[in-house]
Design a protein around this ligand. Structure first.
Ligand code: ZN
Length: 200
């Protein structure tokens, strides 16, 4: 614990005690605003408020994270998830994305955030496994583990010719059935029409 936190008598009034306060704060930039969690010190006597160095750094990180989230950037944790869902090592994921050595490790630790172009590849990896797998294979990276949400009907149809053929067959059958019921509906209607005509 630092000196400022252990010696918590207020430096201004010398009476009160300073302790951390956490509030939801709003940061505005370019006309848009983001909400983040803000922690600072407050004196219980004179109500003086200030940030310790650590709190100031944390505030900066929280604002940056909120802005990046608003702009569709993956967080450090999401980047790690994107890689791990394929069971890829750091070098394999770097090769698949076409980025330099040690880049992904820095992103995952949150030391350096990815640039906009790199974020697009990461977003694909996180949310579009079929596209990502295809892209990775062109770069010589074979995906051995498939993410759970990729085993949707769409992905299976995309990957397996048999599944695709079956899905097509199902669609043809459904269409035939529909046209049959339309035809029978039509003949019922014309029967009704002729009985109405007879009555008239
Ligand atoms: Zn005070």
């Amino acid at each position: 614990m630092s000196d400022t936190l252990s010696n918590n008598t207020c430096e201004r009034c010398r009476i009160g005690t300073t302790s951390p306060v956490t509030l939801d704060a709003v940061h505005s930039d370019d006309g848009a605003s983001v909400t983040y969690s803000d922690t600072f010190m407050r004196c219980d006597h004179c109500e003086r408020e200030f940030y310790t160095t650590e709190q100031s750094q944390a505030q900066h990180r929280a604002i940056t994270a909120a802005l990046r989230k608003r702009d569709g950037f993956l967080s450090a944790g999401e980047i790690k998830l994107a890689r791990e869902q394929y069971g890829l090592s750091l070098p394999e994921f770097e090769k698949a994305l076409g980025v330099g050595k040690n880049t992904v490790g820095r992103w995952e630790r949150g030391t350096v955030p990815p640039a906009s172009a790199a974020n697009f590849g990461l977003w694909m990896a996180r949310y579009e496994p079929v596209v990502f797998e295809r892209y990775a294979s062109t770069r010589g990276v074979v995906i051995r583990k498939r993410p759970q949400h990729a085993t949707s009907a769409m992905a299976e149809t995309e990957q397996h010719p048999t599944a695709r053929a079956n899905a097509h067959l199902k669609l043809v059958k459904a269409t035939r059935q529909e046209s049959r019921s339309i035809v029978s509906g039509y003949s019922m209607l014309s029967q009704e029409a002729s009985s109405v005509a007879l009555k008239a």
